[in-house]
Design a protein around this ligand. Structure first.
Ligand code: ACO
Length: 338
């Protein structure tokens, strides 16, 4: 396989989960649902919810600080910051600029947001890799942060049971070692199916807050069945596409980290790829669907729990509103310490 040069690898990874847990039983006191329905349809038992006053940028900044620390570099070293989110409190200032300010990152570095919904982290890896390889930057900080509680319609049982809050971040850097780190990506989008998942202004009167949950001006709407069908098809194709591009057989994979939308979707992808479910990292039971933050939250957990070793082939795969998709193949790398 043609090795992209120089190699770009994940130097540090961090995550942040808000303290507050919202269980399925808690939700059954808000809408007409049950723990049994939610678990069997989605695999989710509980999700984290940001504290009152905790912003989307606060979640991202906490994950980013952890990633910088894990990389063993100083905040001064970051020379590029890109954030993926669909749940910023407002469009300006960008969440990236807010995180730059909160962490005291160097003034003058570029900082901007992207919106690719649940595919956001995979998009970030590709954008950062190309910007690093182009030679203008040395250490990129990529952050995926979502405060989905702020755009959840707590009166809609079809959606409010699926989502949660959280953030994940990575420091991405170049190295001279050939054929390591981010080996390849495939990204895609199909704007003709934008109707499948939307964040739109709330219609009707704004309800009172329940159980101290935020009541936002915008809410998520979705066509669950169509998302399910398309997610399985497109994520399976993206996995095959990136493996083929990098000339790595599926049998070499140590771990697949899928977007954590729904256990049944992941199960169907495993069947489609003829891989056991044990190859897939799962944490949706405890965090729900955190959109762009979903993959880095699961990646950080796998890394921290020792499920990832140097030389392992790791496949990340996502599908999101837009709709968008992407897959990234990584050969895990850590520079040797002298
Ligand atoms: N509790 C109890 N009953 C419910 C709930 C709930 N929370 N939500 C819906 N129902 C009811 C419906 O009203 C319906 O009742 P009816 O038969 O009397 O009309 C019944 O359950 C079946 O509803 P469906 O929507 O047909 O349920 P389905 O089996 O399709 O499961 C689900 C719904 C879980 C959303 C499924 O379609 C799915 O997993 N889709 C994927 C969506 C997804 O993962 N979205 C995440 C965001 S997108 C992304 O991350 C890429």
């Amino acid at each position: 396989m043609r090795s992209p040069t120089p190699s770009v690898f994940i130097q540090g990874i961090g995550a942040y989960k808000p303290e507050r847990r919202l269980t399925n039983d808690d939700l059954s006191r808000i809408v007409d649902t049950s723990d049994e329905w939610i678990r069997t349809r989605s695999g989710i038992r509980e999700r984290r919810i940001a504290a009152l006053g905790e912003s989307n940028a606060d979640l991202g900044a906490a994950a980013a600080a952890a990633a910088i620390q894990d990389a063993g570099i100083s905040r001064e070293d970051i020379d590029l910051l890109i954030v993926a989110t669909v749940s910023a409190e407002g469009p300006v200032p960008s969440t990236a600029c807010q995180i730059q300010q909160k962490l005291g990152l160097r003034s003058g570095i570029p900082a901007f947001d992207i919106a690719a919904a649940c595919s956001g982290f995979v998009y970030l890896l590709q954008i950062a890799s190309h910007m690093l390889r182009a030679g203008d930057y040395r250490s990129a900080l990529i952050v995926a942060t979502e405060k989905l509680s702020g755009i959840t319609d707590w009166q809609d049982r079809a959606t409010c049971v699926l989502f949660g809050d959280g953030a994940g971040a990575a420091v991405v850097a170049k190295c001279d070692e050939p054929y390591v780190g981010i080996l390849g990506n495939v990204l895609g989008a199909d704007g003709t199916r934008g109707d499948l998942l939307t964040v739109s202004p709330r219609t009707g009167p704004k309800p009172a807050s329940v159980a101290d949950l935020p009541v936002g001006t915008h809410v998520i709407g979705m066509n669950g069945r169509e998302i399910f069908r398309n997610a399985v098809r497109v994520m399976s194709q993206a996995c095959r596409g990136v493996l083929e591009k990098c000339n790595v057989p599926a049998s070499r994979l140590s771990l697949i980290i899928p977007h954590q939308a729904n256990l049944r979707i992941i199960d169907a992808i495993a069947s489609d790829l003829e891989l056991p479910l044990q190859c897939f990292k799962l944490n949706l039971e405890r965090v729900g669907n955190t959109s762009a933050a979903s993959i880095p939250l699961a990646l950080e957990e796998a890394y921290r729990e020792g499920q990832i070793k140097v030389g392992d082939y790791i496949l990340l795969v996502a599908f999101g509103g837009g709709f968008t998709w992407g897959a990234t193949l990584i050969k895990w790398y850590q520079p040797k310490t002298s």
